[in-house]
Design a protein around this ligand. Structure first.
Ligand SMILES: Cc1ncc(COP(=O)(O)O)c(C=O)c1O
Length: 422
């Protein structure tokens, strides 16, 4: 970005977004008679949302999966919280800090669909899941089932548990295009032995965007006395579900992904009867083993991030859970339908509505994923991320609600050219 554009952008930041929360709520209210499906494809309407984002003009951002950065109204709230906490200093920390966090946790629990007594705010999915993986009472010979497609940090944590306690890692591989739910359920079921203690499973596989049948896996596992740890890093505030309905034992998500909070916010759900089974990462003074707050000792941390979770929930509510999901699914379908049947183009994501949402992965025969990502950026101004492991070879494509069909047209054109289908 050149200096003049940067200054222009910064000026825009200080002026603020064209619409605040109230303006946005009004716009959505005016569309209350329009179905979610019809609204999802109305780019003119979503342009109002797009205007709330300060977008780098250098490239089309189709990598919103790592960090779903904040729209300006939310960023302004965050900056206000930073200023306020800095103004109040220790007074804030010694008076309302903990009460505020408790209230925000309760608000978050409503969105997550679980009891506030079973939920804590953490820094991210990694912290949440590693606390569980590292905090269970392991014995040598215990088996833990996980997939090659699970997130690396969790697999690394299990490697540590293996080295530390002699736990056996049982690896399976999730197919990119399962025939049906049963195929996935059977995959996990067939890996269970009398020594199996837990299953780690991704709600949405991060490298492909495939959604797995979590509820059914939990039911099957519980019938066999096996606990289920769910990695929901990409699922939360992306598509609609309730943690309680899933019936899992542990659930983690990153809020800086699809909820668009500032960096460093996550959640951990622990089913109430499991709380006492977990040794926390950082010990707390709470003596009652059944209290979730004994898993939430953080030390002094950026409380303004916690405060902004509340605003991000409000922002999400204004958009509407179903409306956001419909928009994300529309955007994914818009490009996948145009490339899925092209020669040399390989879609690594099942595109049925129950198996994916915003995220999909595409590869081109004869082009290495890293090369594809490089050429997409260099030759077509499209920013993505290359994936080249666990039977997935391609680029992960992650639009967000502000993405336009015009941007996706450019991406589709790029895929056609690169695969000699133009
Ligand atoms: C499936 C999955 N799990 C865990 C993580 C880790 O998230 P965080 O870095 O926010 O802890 C990610 C990050 O992309 C992910 O995709």
């Amino acid at each position: 970005m050149d200096k003049r554009q940067f200054i222009k952008n910064m000026a825009l930041t200080s002026i603020g977004a064209p619409l605040g929360f109230a303006g946005l709520a009004k716009s959505f209210a005016q569309k209350s008679h329009v179905s979610n499906l019809a609204l999802a494809s109305d780019d003119t309407f979503w342009e109002e949302i797009r205007n709330q984002y300060l977008l780098k003009p250098d490239y089309i951002n189709l990598e919103n999966g790592y960090y779903n950065f904040l729209p300006q109204p939310l960023l302004n709230k965050y900056i206000e919280h930073i200023k306020e906490v800095n103004y109040q200093g220790s007074y804030y920390m010694r008076t309302v800090q903990f009460e505020n966090k408790k209230n925000i946790t309760a608000k978050l629990a409503k969105v997550a669909g679980c009891s506030p007594d079973a939920l804590i705010i953490t820094r991210n999915t990694t912290e949440s899941l590693d606390m569980i993986i590292g905090g269970l009472d392991w014995k040598a010979g215990d088996e833990a089932i996980m997939a090659l497609q699970d997130y690396g940090a969790m697999l690394d944590m299990f490697e540590q548990i293996k080295n530390r306690y002699g736990v056996v890692k049982v690896m399976l591989s999730v197919p990119n295009h399962p025939k049906n739910d049963q195929e996935i359920i059977d995959l996990y079921k067939n890996a269970i032995t009398p020594k199996t203690k837990v299953i780690l499973v991704s709600h949405m596989v991060n490298i492909t965007g495939q959604i797995l049948p979590i509820k059914e896996i939990c039911t099957m596992a519980h019938e066999k006395g096996v606990q289920v740890i769910v990695d929901g890093a990409h699922a939360f505030a992306h598509f609609k579900y309730n943690i309680d309905d899933l019936g899992c034992d542990y659930y983690a998500a990153s809020l800086h992904k699809w909820l668009s909070t500032p960096l460093g916010a996550g959640l951990l759900y622990v089913r109430k009867d499991n709380i006492k089974k977990v040794w926390p990462l950082l010990a707390d003074g709470e003596k009652d083993l059944s209290k979730i707050n004994r898993l939430n000792h953080t030390g002094t941390h950026p409380v303004h991030t916690d405060l902004t979770i509340s605003d991000a929930i409000d922002y999400y509510a204004v958009i509407g859970v179903e409306r956001k999901e419909a928009r994300l699914r529309f955007l994914q379908n818009y490009w996948t339908q145009q490339v899925s049947n092209l020669p040399r183009v390989i879609l690594n994501t099942p595109i049925a509505a129950n198996r994916s949402c915003a995220i999909a992965n595409v590869g081109i025969e004869g082009i290495e994923p890293a090369e594809l990502a490089k050429r997409l950026l260099k030759e077509h101004n499209v920013f993505t991320v290359a994936i080249d492991y666990a039977n997935v070879r391609g680029c992960r494509i992650c639009p967000n609600i502000y993405t336009t069909t015009k941007e996706l047209d450019s991406f589709v054109e790029a895929i056609k050219k690169l695969s000699n289908n133009a």
